[in-house]
Design a protein around this ligand. Structure first.
Ligand code: HAM
Length: 419
């Protein structure tokens, strides 16, 4: 019996007809990163499990419920990366990059894996464009990273995206805040989910981020961190807000943002599509992550990541992807001599960097023309015995321009001149 094999739940396939949409998003990510002088880093799809347990935090939903963790054949516990920030810090530590010129600025385009309940905009394998900046404690660095994310969204034509920001303070101001949260949640401990009852002692801030509807409802009236910030954190947040104002970046302060990962300190932010309610990008500062992973070195860091599936989805809904233009050349041929000439012309065109196709299906001339039209060829050259003998050919412009009379030997150059 034939086995029906389907893609795993929560994963997506990108088909040839739509991959150009992903390329538009990825190209914009690279272009805008370059404008802010961020350079690409790449790292493995899986890492040792401990990296994420220590980096992302062992009381987070990501670590407690969502990681793809398994033993490899050498009995080591490895995990498919649920995000890029912990890996990026691992790369910098392992290669001594924190000892070099600062600030250090890096970006990545990666797949990431979380065992979540698939729903609109939530997948088990998804993709992120992320950017990280290390070595600066200045709120100007926070503004720079937020400005990079905002520029990226603007480059994609995504306006009307809300930016929400908050400060979740440093370990110092969190001591009092944790005590206030503990008092608040303890009074309703019996109603919390099991995971959150455990979090009550270990990390009460994580309760604010629980997805269970009951915990969410209880958390809505919990004390907010902004009321507990120390003077330094308050000033950092004030300077950031002034710098965002100066940059003309609109934002709303949302004291309820805590983010789902443990490493954040001070600034946190999210870019939200108001129509779907989806968070398109999120990030913040993480001044304790490097020392958490290294034990010795103290290096500030901050960054964000944007979800590519969500971006592509929202851009599709808003009609932001242009219909693909007519492009390239189809060289139609009838007869053996013409087929050889067509192959040589296609090869010359490709040599000039132009997309070129010839018939590989033994189709009639009429069917070849139909194929050229359906595949959106910009130019068509028809070669038969006559053209091969006389050397004279006509290039047809499928986008409505005048036909171009030329010769077989000049055709590639004549087409190149018009592109
Ligand atoms: P995050 O908020 O967990 O942050 O993810 C960033 C973005 O990835 C989200 O805003 C969303 O667009 C997308 N995303 C997350 N989970 C899923 C999912 N299951 N399906 C589809 N898209 C998803 C981080 O990952 C941090 N590492 C960001 C960061 C970088 N913070 C500092 N530097």
């Amino acid at each position: 019996m034939a086995m029906e094999i389907k893609a795993p739940r929560g994963t997506n396939d990108v088909l040839p007809a739509e991959s150009y949409q992903w390329q538009i998003v990825e190209d914009a990510a690279r272009r805008v990163s370059d404008r802010f002088a961020f350079r690409e880093i790449r790292f493995p799809t899986f890492e040792s499990t401990e990296l994420f347990e220590r980096g992302v935090g062992d009381t987070t939903d990501v670590v407690q419920k969502e990681m793809y963790t398994f033993k490899d054949k050498g009995d080591r516990s490895v995990t498919l990366r649920p995000e890029g920030t912990a890996s990026a810090v691992r790369v910098c530590l392992e290669h001594g990059l924190f000892g070099g010129l600062m600030p250090l600025k890096a970006y990545y385009i990666i797949s990431a894996f979380r065992y979540e309940k698939p729903q609109a905009g939530r997948f088990r394998e998804f993709h992120q464009f992320g950017a990280e900046l290390y070595g600066s404690a200045s709120p100007q660095a926070d503004r720079e990273v937020i400005e990079l994310a905002a520029s990226f969204l603007r480059e994609l034509g995504l306006d009307r995206i809300s930016l929400n920001i908050n400060s979740i303070g440093c370990p110092e101001c969190r001591k009092n805040y944790h005590a206030a949260l503990k008092e608040y949640f303890s009074a309703r401990a019996a109603e919390l989910c099991e995971t959150c009852r455990d979090r009550l002692d270990r990390n009460p801030m994580r309760i604010l981020d629980c997805k269970s509807p009951v915990c969410k409802a209880i958390a809505a009236d919990a004390p907010v961190i902004l009321d507990y910030l120390c003077d330094d954190c308050k000033e950092h947040f004030d300077v950031l807000k002034a710098s965002l104002d100066n940059a003309g970046i609109e934002y709303t302060v949302d004291p309820h943002i805590v983010r789902g990962l443990d490493y954040y300190t001070r600034t946190v932010f999210e870019f939200i599509d108001p129509v779907s309610g989806l968070t398109l990008a999120g990030g913040g500062r993480y001044d304790g992550l490097v020392s958490e992973l290294d034990g010795k070195m103290k290096v500030c860091g901050l960054g964000f990541a944007a979800g590519l599936e969500r971006l592509v989805g929202v851009m599709k809904e808003r009609g932001l992807f242009p219909e693909p233009d007519r492009q390239g050349v189809y060289v139609a041929a009838m007869g053996q001599g013409a087929v050889l000439a067509a192959n040589r012309l296609a090869s010359d065109l490709r040599g000039l960097g132009i997309r070129a196709e010839t018939d590989l299906m033994d189709r009639s001339l009429k069917a070849q023309m139909k194929y050229a039209d359906k595949t959106n060829a910009r130019f068509v050259v028809v070669l038969g015995d006559n053209e091969v003998e006389s050397g004279n050919v006509t290039v047809k412009d499928m986008s409505g321009g005048d036909p171009i009379p030329t010769t077989l030997s000049d055709a590639a150059r004549a087409i190149a001149d018009r592109l």
